[in-house]
Design a protein around this ligand. Sequence first.
Ligand SMILES: [Zn+2]
Length: 318
Amino acid sequence: MKRLMRLRASQHLRDLCAETEFNRAQLIQPFFVVEGLNQTEPIPGLRGNVRHNIPSALKQIEKDLADGVTQFLLFPVPSMKKDSGFDHQSTRETISQIRKQFGNSLCLWIDTCLCSYTTHGHCAVLDEKGIKLDETLEELARSAVAFAEAGADGISPSDMMDGRVGRIRSALDENGFNLVPVMSYSTKFASNFYGPFRNAADSAPQFGDRRHYQLDVRNRSGAIAASVRCAEEGADLLMVKPGLTSLDLIRPIHERTGLQCGAYQVSGEFGGLSVLADQGLIKFDEALLETWHVFKRAGAQYIITYGARYAKSLGIGR
Ligand SMILES: [Zn+2]
């Protein structure tokens, strides 16, 4: 008799047949550094993650490195909000201190967007008519060069403005950073699942929403086209965000572009697991691991997750 259950009867057989495989080097740990913060602040919903100042971020990275994390994604949060002419001094300081202390023992990506810098919390320079695209691209390109100069390993534009990857790529190349890769948030939807993040990064829009530049969740072809466009503009790595609501897009994006595509397990997804676990309704560790396997099964090359620092304790090897 045909019995599909036969190969699930023991852990040995389940391991023998497992098709998803990954290692800690494919998990990226985000962290927030807030300029002028006196002490760390908890982030509601994101267990194991806090808002850092530079000294506490350095301590956290040291601990994370000991726990086997090697990939980090910095979200810089400046204290002075402006509308244009952004100052990257505090972010440069954060990057260069991390570089100085840890050398090449980590890979440091920098989220590159304007929403933590602007008074209005939108990802662009605005005027009364709306987005000023040229000025926005210019600011993003200046940011990318400033971060690369300070020692970033890679640039991660998250704004979803048309043309940003191409503009950033040429600015990096013109300034001698032609080996600094761009990991683009290439298929990024307007989503309800970004809630805990917005508190952490001071980036909630003060009016309106982001639906005129982030993707519409109902539109599959537009979602794939956004990643194809980033590939054409010179992105090195692509990404879907939020991860769990974009699983169906990961493999098609890879097949269409030939580029590797990752998944961002966003704050609302990770926070959902935290809240359920806090209520005693799920086992946090097992649920987290389950989601990672699903991202890999869907074809994700890498996963950005607030729980990367738990990977070693979950038995994920290097
Ligand atoms: Zn933004």
